[in-house]
Design a binder for this molecule. Structure first.
Ligand code: FAD
Length: 343
C-alpha cells in the first residue's frame, strides 16, 4: 500500500472517531485519524456517561477503576421556579471530563497503531475510482473506507453539501450550548438538571477535587435577546431559576471564559453520505437531556467496525457495506432520536 493510502480514514477524533480507530487498528488495518484540534482539549459536553458504555470503554483499554471517577446514580431536577424533585437513576453512570477521556483514548489509539494527525482539519472529502480522497491544508490521502465522525456541525458538512445544513434553522430550533468547569461542593453521586425558559442546565461531578461540569443548552433567540452577551443572558434568563442563580453567582469558574458552541441542530441526518459512513453526532444528534449522546457515538463505532472489516476482507461489496451500516444504524438509533426530538 502506498504511503498515503489507508484501509480506513477517520475524520474527527471525538468518541466516535477514536473508538472506530482503535477497533479497526486492532484488526491490523492501516488507519489514519484526522483531528482539527490538538489533544488534550476541552469540549462542550455534560460529561456524564451512562453505564451503558462502561464495559465498552473498558474493552477499548480505558482503566476506569484506576481513574477513580465519581459514580452518579441520582438525578435531581428543578423547575424554572426552583421546585425540585429527586430520582434514582436506573442504570446510573459516571463523570469524566472530555479533556481526560479523549486524551486517554487517543493514547490508546496511538498504542494500537493508529496514525493520529492532530491539528489537521480535513478540508475536502471526495470519492473517485472506488477510493475516498481526503484533502487537508497541506496534503492528500486516500482510503478504501471513510468514517465521518466530525461531530454536530463541521465545515465538511458544508463541503459535502449535506441536506441538514442546507435548510435554514428556525430560531426556536437553533440552539447554543455553554460549558464551564466550576469549583463546587455538591453531592458527587447526583446529576442535577435545572430548567429555565427555553433551556436547561446540567451540573455533575467529574474527576479532580471539587471539579464539576456545568453545561447548558438554550435557544439562540435567548442569546440574541441579550445582544449576544452570555453573562447578561445568564442573569436575565437562567437566574430566574433560584438554584441556578445561587450556583452561577457563587461557584468560581476554573477557566477564564466558558466554552460556547452555536447552531446546534437536532434535525435529521443520513448515516451514509457520498459513501462515507457517518458515526456519532455526524449521523444524528440526540438532545442532551437524554444523557447518552456519548454512548451513541461509541455504539455507532462498534456498529461500523465489523461491517468495514467484512468489506475490507472482500466479503461485502460497497453497496452492501453502505446498506448494512444504514440498516443497523437505523435499527439501533432511529427510535431514540425520534423520542429525543420530542423532548
Ligand atoms: C450541551 C450538550 C451537553 C451534552 N451532554 C452530554 C452528556 O452529559 N452525556 C452524553 O453522553 N452526551 C452528552 N452530549 C452529547 C455528546 O457530547 C455527543 O453526542 C458526543 O460528544 C458525540 O461524539 P462525536 O465523536 O460524534 O463528536 P465530537 O465529540 O464532537 O467529535 C467530533 C470531532 O471532529 C472534529 N472535527 C470536526 N470537523 C473536522 C474536520 N474538518 N477535520 C478534522 N476534525 C474535525 C472536532 O474537532 C471534534 O473533535 C451533550 C451534547 C451537548 C450539545
Amino acid at each position: 500500500m502506498s504511503e498515503n493510502k489507508y484501509d480506513v480514514a477517520i475524520i474527527g477524533g471525538g468518541l466516535a472517531g477514536l473508538a472506530s480507530s482503535i477497533l479497526s487498528a486492532r484488526q491490523g488495518k492501516k488507519v489514519i485519524l484526522f483531528e482539527k484540534n490538538k489533544y488534550p482539549f476541552h469540549r462542550v459536553c455534560g460529561e456524564f456517561i451512562s453505564n451503558e458504555s462502561r464495559q465498552f470503554l473498558v474493552s477499548l483499554g480505558l482503566n476506569i477503576d484506576e481513574l477513580r471517577l465519581p459514580s452518579i446514580n441520582k438525578l435531581n431536577i428543578s423547575t424554572s421556579n426552583g421546585d425540585s424533585r429527586a430520582f434514582q437513576l436506573g442504570l446510573g453512570g459516571f463523570g469524566i471530563s472530555r479533556y481526560l477521556l479523549d486524551h486517554k483514548l487517543v493514547e490508546i489509539a496511538r498504542q494500537s497503531g493508529v496514525e493520529v494527525r492532530e491539528n489537521t482539519a480535513v478540508t475536502k472529502l471526495d470519492f473517485q475510482d472506488d477510493l475516498h480522497e481526503i484533502t487537508t491544508s497541506d496534503n492528500k490521502f486516500s482510503a478504501k473506507t471513510a468514517i465521518g465522525a466530525f461531530g454536530k456541525r463541521s465545515a465538511i458538512d458544508k463541503q459535502m453539501n449535506r441536506p441538514f445544513i442546507k435548510k435554514p434553522l428556525p430560531s426556536k430550533r437553533n440552539f447554543i450550548a455553554v460549558k464551564y468547569h466550576v469549583k463546587a461542593n455538591l453531592p458527587a453521586d447526583t446529576i442535577e438538571l435545572h430548567i429555565f425558559k427555553d433551556g436547561y442546565c446540567g451540573i455533575s461531578k467529574v474527576e479532580g477535587e471539587d471539579r464539576y461540569c456545568m453545561c447548558y443548552l438554550t435557544t439562540a433567540s435567548n442569546l440574541q435577546e441579550y445582544g449576544g452577551d452570555i453573562k447578561t443572558m445568564q442573569e436575565g434568563v437562567l437566574y430566574k431559576n433560584p438554584i441556578l442563580k445561587d450556583y452561577m453567582s457563587s461557584f468560581p469558574s476554573l477557566y477564564d471564559d466558558p466554552l460556547v458552541i452555536s447552531q446546534v441542530n437536532f434535525g435529521r441526518k443520513l448515516p451514509v453520505e457520498n459513501h462515507v459512513l457517518m458515526a456519532g453526532d455526524s449521523a444524528g444528534l440526540i438532545t442532551p437531556l437524554c444523557g447518552n449522546g456519548m454512548s451513541m457515538a461509541l455504539h455507532s463505532a462498534a456498529l461500523a467496525f465489523p461491517i468495514i472489516v467484512s468489506f475490507l476482507k472482500g466479503n461485502l461489496n460497497r453497496p452492501d457495506l453502505e446498506q448494512a451500516y444504514t440498516t443497523s444504524w437505523k435499527r439501533q438509533f432511529s427510535m431514540r432520536l425520534k423520542v429525543g426530538r420530542t423532548l
